[in-house]
Design a protein. Structure first.
Length: 286
């Protein structure tokens, strides 16, 4: 009966694991709903802010505002990686880290000196284990990022870019398309490159003047850009975790079916053996 007892212990262990993964799936589903609400609430404001900056922008302003400065050649670049503080999210963190490594290798092949900034315990642990130097390492940004978190991330990078210490700033994060589609992407944060637009600020009477408005809008634009990326990254993390935990729960259910059949066969074989021993013993007494 030792074999049946061992299978029974495995069944109990898998049942406990399935209960944990099922609970984590439900928690991730709840958090995903709130995270996606933040994503959809942020996008209209972001789009409006981008439209304002585009309409106020003109090439002549690149010399006046440092964040618009476009160096002739990128010699030093800062890369900010946004990962999660927790695992059990499928390939979410691994995909972001892989994208960052490829991007860093590509920059170095082009002769660009790089510096790495990481937010999230998983990214920090990976690069620390491989002894990759990090300029900054942040673990204080959780599932519900705030504007203050975004400002604390972008402000030091903006100051270094304005001082000419770096020629470009890039952000690696997940793009939230849906709960099932969250591919990693690289976005250039600095310099700000407003796209051309047919709407010109010259068509409006602005008070204060457009240049002053733009001066106040650019820091806000950068802060909101990072905030939007943080919000999308948080939603992508919860979507990936829900999918991973659902797969784990389903796999545990399939394993339980196999183990249950194995246990039943072992129990049946044991009972058959006991019956045969009883019949044999009774025959020997006759």
């Amino acid at each position: 009966m030792a074999g049946a007892r061992e299978v029974r212990r495995r069944i109990k262990s898998v049942e406990n694991t399935r209960q944990i993964t099922r609970t984590m799936e439900l928690v991730a589903t709840s958090k995903l709903k709130r995270a996606t609400d933040r994503v959809y609430a942020t996008r209209p404001y972001t789009a409006a802010l981008v439209g304002i900056v585009r309409s106020l922008y003109s090439p002549e302003l690149t010399e006046r505002y440092p964040v618009l400065r476009r160096p002739a050649e990128v010699k030093r670049a800062a890369v900010l990686l946004l990962t999660a503080n927790r695992g059990l999210a499928g390939g979410f963190n691994a995909n972001l880290i892989r994208e960052t490594r490829h991007f860093l290798d590509d920059l170095r092949e082009r002769g660009v000196e790089t510096e790495l900034h990481v937010s999230g315990k998983k990214g920090i642990a990976f690069f620390k284990f491989r002894r990759v130097p990090m300029a900054t390492a942040r673990t204080d940004i959780g599932d519900t990022p705030t504007l203050a978190d975004a400002e604390s991330l972008v402000a030091p990078l903006r100051v270094r870019f304005e001082a000419g210490e770096v020629d470009a700033v890039y952000v690696v994060s997940s793009e939230f398309r849906s709960a099932m589609s969250t591919p990693p992407r690289v976005r250039e944060l600095l310099p700000i490159r407003p796209e051309e637009t047919k709407t010109s600020a010259d068509l409006f009477l602005l008070s204060p003047p457009g240049e002053l408005i733009l001066e106040r809008m650019l820091p806000l634009y950068l802060r909101n850009t990072i905030y939007a990326l943080l919000v999308e990254n948080a939603a992508a993390e919860q979507g990936a975790r829900r999918s991973a935990m659902k797969s784990a729960t389903d796999n545990a259910g399939e394993m339980l079916e196999i183990l249950t059949r194995t246990y039943n066969r072992a129990r049946q074989a044991q009972i058959t053996q006991e019956i045969a021993e009883i019949v044999g013993g009774a025959a020997a007494l006759e």
